[in-house]
Design a binder for this molecule. Structure first.
Ligand code: XMP
Length: 554
């Protein structure tokens, strides 16, 4: 699939304070920590398609563990690999710069499934023909004929709908390949190499619109590759705890907590593995939500974590004084954060590891198809190299919802697990213009009313279950605008601040829609904010989608 989507995540990973700390760690130490997960797995070779991640998602949903690796980084010698999937690509197979693999390294050793470009590449490199399609084959199509006896199509319905997205098409397959499915327009929609466990499909089974796509992937990973579908939050916890024990042993580990889901789950997992040898550091930059530092510290203590809480808000406020440029704010916060974290970390003189709550989507661009294993931003030097810490990232193979499932499995309370994402620089990027303690106070009060309101407002979801508005939105917050407007309270004329409420629905923050919150709810929140938050006399609701807007205002 050729969809455009550039470097979004690089931006926010770069700006997360904890990641900035990771930038300080030497590249070699990071590579050392890229360990191999010892359990049966499917390898997805990434040729650069925008849907590669979706293939991974679908397979994980089948409770089968898989890893996406750059097309040229197949983990040779890893006995746990049960099968290989070749993804789509933005290239044509005959482009000079097209990504290629040496199939002889895989063929006969593992079952192989090529998807779109993957299918074209397998056919083309064995003597088949791939040519530009007369018209681009894009969108819904139906498998008008397919070989029902082929294992790939077990339990697939007649005339099933599939999703096509390719500019090239396979016009001839090698002699020893056999066509096993066609649509009205695409004769070679799928093929199998005779007598081999090697298939190619020109459609995208991973895409939602391929109605039986998950079934086909299941047929491949379970029936052909023999995976046992035993990947679950519970099995992840057991295996990871055992691995962490083996990896870290009796070493001391430092972990930066942010109050967010990922770092909290990473901490509890590590705590289960190494107990008191884990020291967590939670820095308060003064730009957290109202009472958040206190509440989250309390939660962490209840979870038995050994946490050092550092109130560094004065330093941050001083350094941010008079700064209005958003990027400048982020830089100052990132720098101060590293300084404060670093000073604390240095006190733990025998620490050998730095743990982070990095999750899979944070790394997908790192494991990019250029073959580089680590994002360049992880290799920006200048920070505490002398600590020689190795990096430990126990959640690095998980997607966000899997992290939440693992968190629940570990017994972390729901209010921590279901928290909305919150930007590393905190309220600093929600106060437009310069930052003062008074503005932070106003914003914290307004935000608290909004968030608590979302938590308290009960609704019924489409399945008839009771939930809250808070659970229905991906992320919400209040923005303090650099605008004052005239109002009237009692007999008095006021000239006070305006705030904007922001609530979005999303699945990954890459795109987002403004949440269609009930008018009655908005009316109540607006009323409460204006009545209770001194300094605010006007409330607006942001009805912009992303793109073209972003979730945060700065
Ligand atoms: P945008 O505003 O780009 O945000 O649509 C997408 C997601 O990223 C979060 N975000 C940040 N996270 N440091 C972070 O750690 C940042 O500087 C930052 N800026 C945005 C944002 O809250 C949303 O979840």
């Amino acid at each position: 699939m050729r969809l455009s989507n550039k470097n979004k995540r690089a931006y926010f990973v770069l700006l997360s304070p904890f990641t900035i700390f990771a930038q300080s760690i030497k590249l070699e130490t990071i590579i050392l920590s890229i360990d191999t997960y010892m359990q049966e797995k499917i390898i997805i070779l990434d040729f650069g398609s925008q849907t590669t991640q979706l293939i991974g998602r679908r397979i994980r949903e089948l409770n089968v563990y898989c890893e996406i690796v750059p097309y040229n980084k197949f983990p040779q010698g890893d006995d746990s690999v049960k099968g290989v999937i070749l993804s789509g690509s933005p290239f044509s197979v005959y482009d000079e710069s097209a990504f290629k693999v040496d199939l002889s390294q895989l063929r006969g050793k593992y079952p192989i499934l090529g998807i779109c470009y993957g299918a074209q590449f397998i056919s083309y490199s064995n003597g088949g023909k791939v040519e530009p399609a007369g018209t681009r084959e894009y969108g819904r199509a139906h498998l008008s004929t397919f070989d029902k006896s082929n294992v790939l199509f077990k339990d697939v319905r007649e005339n099933t709908q599939v999703w096509m997205s390719h500019g090239d098409t396979i016009t001839a397959i090698p002699d020893n390949f056999r066509v096993i499915a066609s649509t009205d327009k695409v004769k070679i929609a799928a093929y199998q190499a005779e007598g081999e466990k090697m298939w190619g499909v020109q459609f995208h089974p991973e895409v939602f619109h391929s109605e039986d796509g998950t079934q086909m992937l299941k047929n491949f990973v379970v029936d052909v590759c023999g995976c046992s579908q035993s990947w679950s939050a519970a099995s992840f916890v057991d295996t990871t705890v055992a691995e962490l024990k083996a990896q870290v042993g009796n070493d001391r580990v430092i972990l930066g907590l942010s109050g967010g889901v990922d770092s909290s789950v990473a901490a509890v997992l590590l705590h289960r593995a190494i107990g008191k040898n884990l020291t967590c550091i939670f820095v308060d930059h003064g730009l957290l939500r109202k009472n958040e530092f206190k509440n989250v510290m309390h939660d962490y203590e209840c979870l038995g974590l050994n946490v050092i809480g550092v109130d560094a808000s004065e330093k941050f406020f001083k350094d941010l004084e008079g700064v209005t440029d958003p990027e400048q704010k982020r830089k100052i916060i990132g720098r101060d954060f590293v300084e404060v974290f670093n000073a604390e970390a240095h006190k733990i003189t025998d620490a050998k590891w730095l743990a982070q709550g990095t999750i899979y989507p944070d790394r997908i661009e790192s494991l990019n198809i250029t073959g580089k294993t680590i994002k360049s931003h992880h290799n920006v030097g200048g920070l505490p190299e002398e600590m020689h810490l190795q990096l430990c990232e126990p959640l690095k193979w998980l997607f966000k919802d899997e992290v939440r499932r693992v968190g629940r499995q570990l017994g972390i309370p729901d209010h921590l697990i279901s928290r909305h994402p919150f930007p590393g620089p905190g309220l600093a990027v929600r106060i437009l213009g310069d930052i003062t303690p008074e503005k932070v106070r106003i914003l914290q009060d307004a935000d608290d009313i909004f968030i608590q309101g979302l938590r308290d407002w009960k609704v019924t979801d489409e399945k008839g279950n009771e939930t809250t508005l808070y659970h229905q939105v991906w992320q919400a917050g209040v923005i303090l605008l650099p605008v004052q407007s005239v109002g009237v309270m009692g007999d008095e004329r006021t000239y006070e601040r305006a705030v904007a409420l922001r609530a979005v629905t999303s699945t990954d923050a890459m795109t987002a829609d403004w949440a269609h919150l009930p008018y009655e709810f908005l009316a109540k929140v607006s009323n409460d904010i204006i009545n209770k938050v001194k300094g605010v006399n006007r409330v607006t609701y942001d009805i912009s989608s992303k793109p073209p807007s972003t979730i945060e205002w700065e």
